[in-house]
Structures are given as structure tokens and as C-alpha cells.
Design a protein around this ligand. Structure first.
Ligand code: G16
Length: 555
């Protein structure tokens, strides 16, 4: 029986809380399930934003356009994907490309959008946030360049969600996503594609697979923890099938709807099993982990954790020497403002530009499109390059493996050689989760007011040379982003930064970032950071404002 492809107009009510945060719309899963048409409103508003922003309101604009759809496999993905397929059909998309089983990592989505010249794609994920009915769900739209939607798009989507009254859909049976294939009706098609193909091809172009294969064929002991999230199949295919690592090197490699109860965040707290292994007796040579949607990474050597800021700096310093795709040198680098300034020193030594942007990968995208930066990174365990327009967990792991394979050096040697040459940025982020939003905002507002008086004063034993609320002017289009975090810079090169997270789903999360620079790196990291930590907490007066004085998570 032919499906009925008549668009149906459904009446809906608008919500006022659909403003995308640092990376898309993230809410408790129950919000998406229990609030009528919550997901549909966001999708229709995105389609309407596209027709208004790009096609002057032309309703036929999507006829020859492709939309990519996939997600990290978390609970509610399957339902949401079928909703999007029907709405995209009703809104006239010529082709809808859906990943097999709906599983598509964020960097792979970026690769697929770019390779297929799609108008964009929806990625269903709340990234590193826990999943399941009591966890989080999320949706983000990436336009044609393959990166996160810029502010001009997300604010328009938000505006439209506040006044939406109807959306379009169709009534046809769910598409079977378990088999590859294409189904076409009246010139519109749904293609179920293999999510590994385009991404793997790209990795093979960038890295020296032969060198890594040789490394794996020896005694090198490798572990990768996919944390029951989307990268499991990518890791098995790339590290095991193509590079020869044993299957046992992949931990938690099967994507599960609730991540097996895990918090799919690759850091020292949530990837504890891997961390214990890497610090234990007979530890492997190399360990890595990735998050829910595969864009974050954590790198460990035997008994050593590589902080994201150091990882970025070390990759930039070594890429041209060892990784085929970067052999002509790196055109420029970027880091988010709270990320440790370790990469700045490397950029200076290499004579390349280094950009400091607000938190959010979307700020790197314009720089990459303009050819101003090639490798970027964030303290939140994100590293990537201009091969796609998202951060990329498996890319970072392959980059480290490629450097290790070609240099013959261990993780520990690469890190300590780096510190010997450049000095060390001792770095820690303290998160205070679940704060009352109004109280946390008031605390930062009051702290902001005092910043101008801090200049010249002694703070944690060093003179304050700069204290402000970070503003960023995009060098490619002049767009300004204000209020991106309070930062205090000291004469000895150290910095402390405070901002509220834009990815949480319950209350406010205060993030306090400590970045202490020492030329001699042999000091105890915890002792080095204590004075700065104590001074900033008393400056914020967090105990009085928020009733807490200890972070919930330290990374
Ligand atoms: C997202 C963004 C990143 C950002 C991170 C943390 O990552 O893509 O650019 O650094 O959130 O943001 P916040 O400090 O506001 O919580 P992901 O991996 O969650 O998509």
C-alpha cells in the first residue's frame, strides 16, 4: 500500500523555554515526552528559520535539498527520528538521509552533511549528559557547513518557538532503520545510510593508518572506552577491523539507550573504570574515552592523565612532524577562553595565530571557514580540526596514536618533553552543580561589579593585571558576544575564570576554571592550585550566596 503523503497541519501551543544553550536544546527527557508537541515545535521552527533566513520564505525551497538525521542512540532517539522524517517529508525535503539504527556520532554527522552537500542535519543528543527516561535528551541543528548553528540561527529558532501555532507532518508507517536502503515516493526519498563509511574514509585520508597498524601489531597495549555510547561501532571498525587492535581493547562498545546507567562523560570522574586501569598495575600504554555523541575525548598514558589543554598543545606542536594531513604546518589555532593557555605558547613558538573564543564549538566554525585556524580545543575535553566542523573524539585518539607510532615516544615522554620545553599550565575545573539559578546569577552579577577594583591588587599571591567579563568580536564577521565569563589574570601568568554552564538541565552549574602557569613543572599539582582556588571562592562569596563551598565535580 502506498503511504499517504498529504501534509497534515497540526495545531500546537508555543513554549517559552526552547532557547538553545551552548550546544542545542537540552532538557530532561520527560520534558520532550510529556509536553505536547515539544519536539515538533522545535523542528518546525528550525524549518521555518531556514525558509526565512535562507530562502526568503519560499515554501518550495526544500524540494531539492537533503537533510541528515541521526543521534547518539539514547532513549527517545528512535521516536524522535521517526517524527523528524515525517515532518521533513511534509515540509518538502527532497532527500532525508538517516543513519542506520539512527546511530550517528556528532563528528560523523558533520562529515556526512559536508560530503553530501546537505542543507543541514538534526543530531539527537544531550552529549555527555546521562540518558534514559530520567536522564536528558537534546536536539541540535547543524547547517550546511556541518558545524553547530550560529547565534543568528539559534536566536531566530528561539523567536519562532515562542509564537508557533501549527506544524506540518504526515501519517505514514515508521521507516525501518535497521536495513540500509532507499525508499522513494513522488520524488521524495529516505535513505538509510551506513554511518561509518564517510567518517572512516575521512580518517584514512588524515592519518597514517599503516604506522598505527604497525604500532598495534607489536606489544603496544591500547584501550578505548566508548562508555556504552555512540562511538562503540566506530571504534570497533576503525581500531579493530582496520588497524588490528584486539576486540578486548574496546570497553563498553555497545551503544545502549541509557548508557548502561553510566554518565557518558570522558573525564577522571565518570570514566573511572578506565582511569583505574590506567593507574593500576600492568597498566596499558594508552587509554582513551569518548562521550555520548562522540565529540569529546580523554587521553591517558600509563599512570598519566593528559589534560585537554595539554593535549591540544601537544597535538599542535607535533602534528606537522608526524601526521600526513598536517605536514605542511598548521595555519592557526584556537581555544575557548577558559581553556588552559598552554597552546598559546606553542602557537607563539611556531609563529602562528592563536584565537581565544567564547565557550562553544560554534565560535571556531567561522575561523575555520575563513582558513584562520586549523586545530582547536576546549577544556571540556573537546579537540578537533577543520576536517569537519565539530570536535571529534576519535580524531583526537587517532592523532595521538599517529604521533606515538611515528615518534616512537610514549604518552609520558611526549608530555614531559612538552613541559620541559614550554613549562606547564596546571589546570583544574571545579563544577558546582544544581545551584539555584537566581542566586548563582546574583553572585556572578555582584562579582562582576567588583572586577574593576581588583586591578593592581594582590590575588592568590600575585598582582592582578586584568579583570573583566569576556567579550568576543568575531574577526570574520564582526559579531559580538558579551558576558562570556569573568576572568582574572595575574602577573605570574595564572588565570581564574567563572561562568555558568550552558548545557545543564537542572538548576545552574557554576564552573570555576583554574589555570596556573609554572616554568618548572615538578610541583605538586594540587598544592599549586590551592591558593587560587581559595581566593576565588572567597571573592565570589559562594557559601553565602549559594550555600555551598565544595564543588560537586572536579576535572
Ligand atoms: C558543548 C559545546 C562545547 C562546550 C561544552 C561545555 O559540548 O559544544 O563547545 O565547551 O558544551 O559547555 P558549558 O560549559 O556551557 O556546559 P558538548 O560535548 O556538550 O556538546
Amino acid at each position: 500500500m502506498k503511504p499517504d503523503l498529504t501534509p497534515i497541519t497540526v495545531q500546537t501551543i508555543a513554549y517559552d523555554d526552547q532557547e538553545p544553550g551552548t550546544s542545542g536544546l537540552r532538557k530532561k527527557t520527560k520534558v520532550f515526552i510529556e509536553k505536547p508537541h515539544y519536539l515538533e515545535n522545535f523542528i518546525q521552527s528550525t524549518f521555518d528559520m531556514l525558509t526565512q533566513n535562507l530562502f526568503e520564505g519560499n515554501a518550495d525551497a526544500f524540494k531539492d535539498k537533503t537533510l541528515v538525521v541521526g543521534g547518539d542512540g539514547r532513549f527517545h532517539n528512535a521516536v524522535a527520528i521517526q517524527t523528524i522524517i515525517k515532518m521533513a517529508f511534509a515540509n518538502g525535503f527532497g532527500k532525508i538521509m538517516v543513519a542506520k539504527n539512527g546511530h550517528l556520532s556528532t563528528p560523523a554527522a558533520s562529515a556526512v552533511i559536508r560530503k553530501n552537500k546537505a542543507l543541514g542535519g538534526f543530531i539527537l543528543s544531550a552529549s555527555h549528559n546521562p540518558g534514559g527516561i530520567d536522564g536528558d535528551f537534546g536536539i541540535k541543528f547543524n547547517p550546511a557547513a556541518g558545524g553547530p548553528a550560529p547565534q543568528s540561527m539559534t536566536s531566530k529558532i528561539y523567536e519562532l518557538t515562542k509564537s508557533i501555532t501549527t506544524y506540518l507532518t504526515m501519517d505514514f508507517p515508521d521507516v525501518d532503520l535497521s536495513e540500509l536502503g532507499t525508499f522513494t515516493v513522488n520524488g521524495q526519498s529516505v535513505e538509510v545510510f551506513d554511518p561509518l563509511t564517510d567518517y572512516t574514509e575521512l580518517m584514512q585520508k588524515i592519518f597514517d593508518f599503516d604506522a598505527i597498524r604497525t604500532l598495534f601489531s607489536g606489544v603496544f597495549d591500547f584501550r578505548y572506552d566508548a562508555l556504552n555510547a555512540v562511538t562503540g561501532p566506530y571504534a570497533k571498525h576503525i581500531f579493530c577491523d582496520l588497524l588490528g587492535a584486539p576486540e578486548t581493547s574496546i570497553l563498553h562498545g555497545t551503544p545502549l539507550e541509557d548508557f548502561g546507567g553510566k554518565h557518558p562523560d570522558p573525564n577522571l570522574i565518570y570514566a573511572k573504570e578506565l582511569v583505574d586501569l590506567m593507574y593500576g598495575k600492568d597498566a596499558p600504554d594508552f587509554g582513551a574515552a569518548s562521550d555520548g555523541d562522540g565529540d569529546r575525548n580523554m587521553i591517558l598514558g600509563r599512570g598519566i592523565f593528559v589534560s585537554p589543554g595539554d593535549s591540544l598543545a601537544i597535538l599542535v606542536n607535533n602534528a606537522a612532524n608526524y601526521i600526513p594531513s598536517y605536514r605542511r604546518g598548521i595555519s592557526g589555532v584556537a581555544r575557548s577562553m577558559p581553556t588552559s593557555a598552554a597552546v598559546d605558547l606553542v602557537a607563539k613558538a611556531h609563529g602562528i595565530s592563536c584565537y581565544e573564543t567564547p565557550t562553544g564549538w560554534k565560535f571556531f566554525v567561522n575561523l575555520m571557514d575563513a582558513g584562520k585556524c586549523q586545530i582547536c580545543g576546549e577544556e571540556s575535553f573537546g579537540t578537533g580540526s577543520d576536517h569537519v566542523r565539530e570536535k571529534d573524539g576519535i580524531w583526537a585518539v587517532l592523532a595521538w596514536l599517529n604521533i606515538i607510532a611515528k615518534s616512537g615516544k610514549s604518552v609520558e615522554t611526549l608530555v614531559t618533553e612538552h613541559w620541559n620545553r614550554f613549562g606547564r599550565n596546571y589546570y583544574q575545573r571545579h563544577d558546582f552543580e544544581g545551584l539555584d539559578t537566581a542566586k548563582a546569577k546574583k553572585m556572578l552579577d555582584d562579582a562582576r561589579k567588583g572586577l574593576s577594583q581588583l586591578r593592581g591588587q594582590i590575588f592568590a599571591g600575585s598582582k592582578v593585571v586584568m579583570a573583566d567579563d569576556f567579550s568576543y568580536k568575531d574577526p570574520t564577521n564582526g559579531e559580538v558576544a558579551n558576558n562570556q565569563g569573568l576572568r582574572i589574570k595575574l602577573e605570574d601568568g595564572s588565570r581564574v575564570i567563572c561562568r555558568l554552564s550552558g548545557t545543564g538541565t537542572g538548576g545552574a552549574t557554576l564552573r570555576v576554571y583554574h589555570d596556573v602557569y609554572r616554568k618548572d613543572w615538578r610541583e605538586d599539582p594540587y598544592k599549586v592550585l590551592v591558593p587560587l582556588n581559595q581566593t576565588i571562592l572567597s571573592y565570589l562569596n559562594i557559601a553565602t550566596y549559594c550555600g555551598v563551598d565544595k564543588p560537586t565535580v572536579i576535572t
